[in-house]
Design a protein around this ligand. Structure first.
Ligand code: ADP
Ligand code: MG
Length: 232
């Protein structure tokens, strides 16, 4: 009975989620359509064209990350598990978030790495969790700044620290992190952190958040190290 209740709840959450994703996708789609129509109907100068293309790209990025969040969350089972090199995955994540960061005047900095640190993960989900945290960090730095990332080995766990110099959060906001649809952004969905918590918990990891309003935020992810698995 409990099992079927849990299942039912999961289906309800997923379909609710699907409905809101579809709804949220209308915004970027409409905006993209509008700008493409403008570009078709007028002879804009080069600067204007570049400006419109930037907006279109940004909207496509938003739509893409919304779909990624949905796919990661709706996938019923935990996907293919593998031993993932944390450094490698972080380099990948930095690569894909760099354009978005520079667009927001944010510099991405890798503070310390851990060559041999591995975790057991569904690579795609792990990637998505890191991207979501980094995106939030970038978005919190409305006037630019530095987002720094560090990886360290803490005996049986791997610590990933993601630090921004952004808006920060109140205690109440920190507590609401991960709650579906909690967002303080005008165009936010409040789904990114829900996905992050769900992925990190699936990995048997924990999340610690240090935040100060007006100063910035540090996300600390503690994940079980995969060394023992490697040796076996
Ligand atoms: P969204 O980004 O669409 O608003 P998220 O679930 O990713 O949704 O984040 C929820 C909320 O958590 C954000 O709207 C913001 O208020 C807060 N938040 C998350 N990360 C940070 C951060 N690094 N700095 C400040 N606030 C943050
Ligand atoms: Mg977000």
């Amino acid at each position: 009975l409990l099992n079927s209740l849990v299942k039912h709840e999961k289906i309800e959450t997923v379909s609710h989620f699907a409905a809101s994703v579809a709804h949220e996708l209308r915004n970027p789609m409409q905006s993209i359509k509008g700008f493409v129509q403008l570009l078709q109907s007028h002879e804009y100068n080069r600067d204007k064209q570049v400006e419109f293309h930037d907006i279109i790209l940004k909207e496509l990025n938003d739509a893409e990350s919304l779909i990624d969040d949905y796919l990661v969350f709706a996938k019923p089972t935990y996907g293919q598990l593998e031993s993932v090199m944390v450094d490698e995955e972080i380099s990948q994540v930095i690569k894909v978030t760099k354009p978005y960061a520079s667009w927001q005047n944010v510099e991405l900095q890798l503070l310390h790495t851990c060559e041999k640190c591995r975790v057991v993960a569904d690579r795609q989900k792990f990637h998505q969790a890191l991207v979501n945290i980094i995106r939030n960090g970038i978005e919190a730095m409305t006037t630019g700044g530095t987002l720094s990332i560090g990886v360290s080995n803490m005996q049986s766990s791997i610590l990933i620290e993601i630090k921004d110099e952004g808006l920060g959060m109140t205690k109440e906001q920190v507590q609401r992190l991960g709650e579906p649809y909690f967002s303080t952004k005008t165009k936010g969905t409040g789904l990114g952190m829900m996905v992050v918590y769900s992925i990190i918990h699936q990995m048997n990891g924990t999340i610690e958040v240090d935040s100060e309003k007006g100063k910035g935020t540090i996300f600390k992810l503690y994940l079980p190290a995969a060394d023992s698995l490697e040796e076996g």
